[in-house]
Design a protein around this ligand. Structure first.
Ligand code: NAD
Length: 256
């Protein structure tokens, strides 16, 4: 039997790297992408290669030509794609108060965090539908990495919150459209995870967590999220397409 395969966008660092490495350790053939040229990520890719078969494609998911090339190169590398993880994302530029955020800020964040995953899913879904028509046993799985910002308002990251709320609905839409083809679509919604993205605010988060922000008193790790994505990709959460798995240490549990 051929190894399962996965495309993890933004897999060179942070949560995406955690997910990609988890898949590699489980024997998947993995494709990752990012905005940096091949040479700039050679060391990271070499380290990841020690775990298994990984291919890096330089491609900006906010750019339509790059997206098409990413899908083509992924399919020509793995042949059949079993799993797509829409992980790549950016925070709001400069974390400006929403009274100061610009139209350009909104365009950039929505292009990467919302339009990119929607259109990559569309391209991959067409391939998965063909696989399903050829093989009734084929089960495609798609996971969108959103954020608690899909429901928690932060006024200096309005573009980010809007993009993640949109990606949350995108999950429900694709789950609805693709269910007939046996393709499950899930949303994984992380809380505060220790990565380069949260590094500038890590001290603030550590203090808030000490004061009770989360039920589990620590920041999350990429491995926490990777574990959940791995379980979903393996089909171990059956009869649940379209659902949200929140990985936030209890941050969003309402308390009195
Ligand atoms: P990160 O900044 O450490 O890594 C992001 C990755 O995405 C990088 O590999 C980067 O190269 C890639 N990327 C960024 N823009 C891209 C583009 N235009 N095209 C292709 N690749 C691009 O971030 P992270 O903390 O690992 O976050 C990963 C995902 O998880 C994001 O979608 C983020 O919104 C989400 N998330 C993170 C947290 C957190 O606390 N870190 C919480 C909730 C959700």
């Amino acid at each position: 039997m051929t190894a399962r395969s996965a495309l993890v966008t933004g897999g060179t660092r942070g949560i995406g790297r955690g997910i990609a490495e988890r898949f590699l350790s489980e024997g998947y053939r993995v494709v990752i992408n990012g905005t940096r040229p091949q040479e700039a990520v050679a060391d990271v890719v070499a380290q990841m290669s020690q775990l298994g078969s990984v291919t890096y494609v330089p491609a900006d998911i906010g750019d339509s030509g790059h997206r098409d090339r990413l899908i083509e190169e992924t399919l020509s590398t793995v042949g059949r794609l079993d799993v797509l993880v829409n992980n790549a994302g950016i925070t709001s530029p400069g974390r400006k108060d929403m009274l100061e955020a610009t139209e350009e800020d909104l365009d950039v964040v929505l292009a990467v965090n919302l339009k990119g995953p929607f259109l990559i899913t569309q391209g991959v879904a067409k391939h998965m539908i063909e696989e399903r028509k050829a093989d009734r046993e084929f089960r495609g799985r798609i996971v969108n990495v959103t954020s608690i910002s899909a429901t928690v308002a932060t006024t200096n990251r309005a573009e980010y919150c809007i993009s993640k709320a949109g990606l949350s609905m995108t999950t429900k839409l694709w789950a609805t459209r693709l269910a007939a083809y046996g393709i499950d679509v899930f949303e994984v919604r992380p809380g505060v995870i220790r990565t380069d993205m949260t590094a500038p605010a890590a001290e603030k988060y550590d203090r808030l967590i000490e004061d009770g922000l989360t039920l589990e008193r620590r920041m999350g790790t990429p491995d926490d999220v990777a574990e959940v994505v791995s379980v979903l990709a393996a089909g171990k959460v059956p009869y649940s397409t379209g659902q949200v798995l929140t990985v936030d240490g209890g941050l969003t549990v309402a308390r009195l």
